[in-house]
Every structure is written in C-alpha cells, then in structure tokens.
Write a protein that binds this ligand. Structure first.
Ligand code: SAM
Length: 345
C-alpha cells in the first residue's frame, strides 16, 4: 500500500489524476501479461538462467480488467497487450474481450513476436483487437536464428500472412537493428514496406536487456538508417501519427507501405509521452527507464478500494520524470533493476 504521506495532493478519482507535472496526460497503457517468451533475442533475454515471475505474482484477468477500467475512467484511451510474449498467456483472447468491452476504451492492440499468430490472429480479432505490431528482426532464416536463438522465421511469416488474409492491415513490423548482425537486411525490409501493406519501423536498440549484445557501437542511429535508405529509395515524410507516437513515419515514394523510425536512444520523444505501464506482476510504472514503480497487488489483493488503486497510479504519474535524454553509459553500467521483458516492451 502507498504510504499516506506519499499520496498525491488531490486524491480525487478523475482525469486530472493522470496528468503529470509537465502536463502530459496518460492516454496509452501498456499491459504486460507475462514475462515469458518463446524467443531469446540477443539484446533482450539471456539463453538460460532466467528466473520467471512465480505464477501467483501474475495478475489475473479480473485484476487487470479492474485496473484498466479505473484508468479508462481517468482518461486512458488505448491499451496495448505485451510481454514477454503476450500470445503465450493462455486465454489471451478472453482478456482482450474483457478489455474491449470497457466503456470508453477506444483501442486494444497487441505487440507480438508473431510465432503464435497463425492460430491466434482470428480469435484476437474476434475479441476486438484490431491493431498488431509484429516484431521481426530478420527476413533470412539464418540471421533470424542468430538474432533470436530460435528457428522460427516461417512461423512469423505464416502469422503475417494470416493477418493479411483476415484484413488486419496495416500491420506494423518492429525491427531492432544491431550493427554487424542484421543491418545488411535494411534494403530487404525497405522492399517489404514498398510492396506490402506494412509499416516497417526501425527501432534503436536500447540498453534494457540482459542479453550480451548491447554495446554502444552496436547501436545503429535512426538518422544513419534513414540516410542509407534514402540512397536507394526516396522517402516522403508523413510525420508522426500523433504527437505522442514514438515513430516518425515516411512513405516510400512509389510503394504501398510506410517506413518508421523509433529513435528512442538518439532522439528520445519523452516530451509527448502519454504512456503508462502495468507489468505482469502488477507494478504500475511511468517509464521503461524508471527506477521506481508501485506494486498494485497489495491493494488488489488486500481489499483496497478503487480510490486506493487510483491514488497509487496517480502517485506514479506524479513522479514521472521529464526525460528527454538517455545517458547510455549510465543506464548500461548501472543496469536497470527490471529488464524489458519484465516490464513489457
Ligand atoms: N514479445 C513481443 C515482441 O517481440 O514484440 C512483445 C514484447 S518485446 C519486449 C517488444 C519489443 O521490444 C520487440 O519489438 C523487441 O524487439 C523490442 N525490444 C526488446 N528489447 C529491446 C531493446 N533492448 N531495445 C530495443 N527494443 C527492444
């Protein structure tokens, strides 16, 4: 439970509870539903020795739904289900439906590595999920295996085909580039965006994992990627989809899809951030890089009221830092207490 002395000044449950000191309102909630994953991406998870959250610490669907309903009452408008790999959570379409049924929630989206999409795309769509971000670092089976330590490219491609077949387009493809590992595939990804209804988004690798591959020199700045692409394919800027959207988006001059750049490291976009995060084990967090968080489980499981829950969330929002720069060395050397898959990317 949050100590009384730390509660926000105005504990009223209302939209103002989710506006931070810098005037940013939380509209978008990332909900992680599991810390488990069926890939072991180099920059994210170690191959072995992972200590998973014990099952009893994972929020139930009812607990997640209660928190989301309250946050929607205070201005949250979209939820993105993530993980770990969210499609590994048994019954995910049931949770998606419970969330999609919340009055006032406009959008339920999923971020997935796509391995289970072929089976789950249809039930998720039927449950009210209409937007899918699919993580795909390589279009080559060997490089896919090298970056993810699993031989699964075929399954991801089958999942993408299924999304297209079901008309769930445009599909966003998240590509994390690692210099010297998959950067030679940039032209192939550009060709994918030119010929398919996809938005291919190049994401800068962040020092947020527990893998061995993050070294500052492996980071490929988005500006460099853009220069490489413009040498082979003219890009037309379309801007951000919303001021708070992480990607700056460009259209291929003669193509059907888009290309986006998420330059989280070299050009952090904290000024327009509207995100809040709920981890699979019930922590409410105001930033991927936050060194603090509040555990909602004692409130959820200890008979706490909705006002107690909202106060805990409002407290995290009030504590959100201005951000705007990322000291790579500091983040990497001190190592954040939680890794990406324990937060929800
Ligand atoms: N399993 C799902 C997936 O693969 O999309 C959802 C969770 S995953 C943590 C979400 C996204 O975060 C993926 O696109 C993944 O590549 C990305 N990611 C993980 N670690 C990262 C890092 N250190 N830097 C940048 N992106 C990272």
């Amino acid at each position: 439970m949050v100590p009384m002395s730390l509660l926000p000044i105005d504990p009223a449950v209302g939209p103002s509870s989710l506006v931070d000191r810098y005037g940013r309102a939380a509209r978008s909630l990332r909900v992680s539903v599991t810390d488990r994953c069926n890939l072991r991406c180099l920059y994210c998870m170690p191959e072995r020795g992972i200590r998973w959250f014990p099952k009893e610490r994972i929020l139930t669907f009812e607990e997640v739904t209660r928190v989301v309903r309250l946050l929607v009452g205070c201005g949250v408008r979209e939820v993105r289900l993530t993980g770990g790999e969210p499609l590994l959570r048994r019954g995910l379409p049931v949770l998606a439906r419970m969330l999609a049924d919340i009055d006032g929630l406009e959008d339920v989206a999923v971020t997935t590595n796509g391995l289970l999409l072929e089976e789950l795309a249809a039930p998720l769509l039927a449950a009210g999920v209409h937007r899918f971000n699919v993580h795909l670092d390589s279009l080559d089976p060997v490089t896919f295996r090298d970056t993810s330590r699993r031989d699964a490219l075929g399954r991801v491609l089958a999942g993408l085909r299924e999304l297209e077949r079901l008309g769930a387009v445009p599909i966003k493809i998240n590509v994390v580039l690692i210099r010297g590992v998959n950067d030679h595939e940039i032209p192939r990804f550009v060709e994918l965006a030119r010929t398919r209804p996809y938005q291919v988004r190049f994401i800068e690798m962040m020092p947020l994992g527990d893998g061995e591959k993050f070294e500052a020199e492996r980071l490929l700045p988005g500006a460099e990627v853009r220069r490489l692409i413009e040498a082979i394919q003219p890009l037309v800027a379309t801007g951000r989809e919303r001021a708070s959207a992480p990607a700056s988006v460009f259209r291929c001059a003669d193509g059907v899809g888009d290309i986006g750049f998420i330059n989280s490291v070299t050009e952090p976009f904290c000024g327009g951030c509207d995100r809040l995060r709920l981890t699979a084990d019930g922590m409410i967090r105001n930033c991927l890089f936050a060194r603090r968080e509040t555990d909602l489980k004692p409130i959820l499981r200890g008979g706490g009221s909705d006002v107690d829950l909202m106060n805990a969330c409002a407290f995290e929002v009030a504590a959100k830092e201005r951000g705007g720069s990322l000291d790579l060395r500091e983040v990497y050397e001190t190592r954040l207490p939680r890794k990406m898959w324990q937060i929800g990317g």
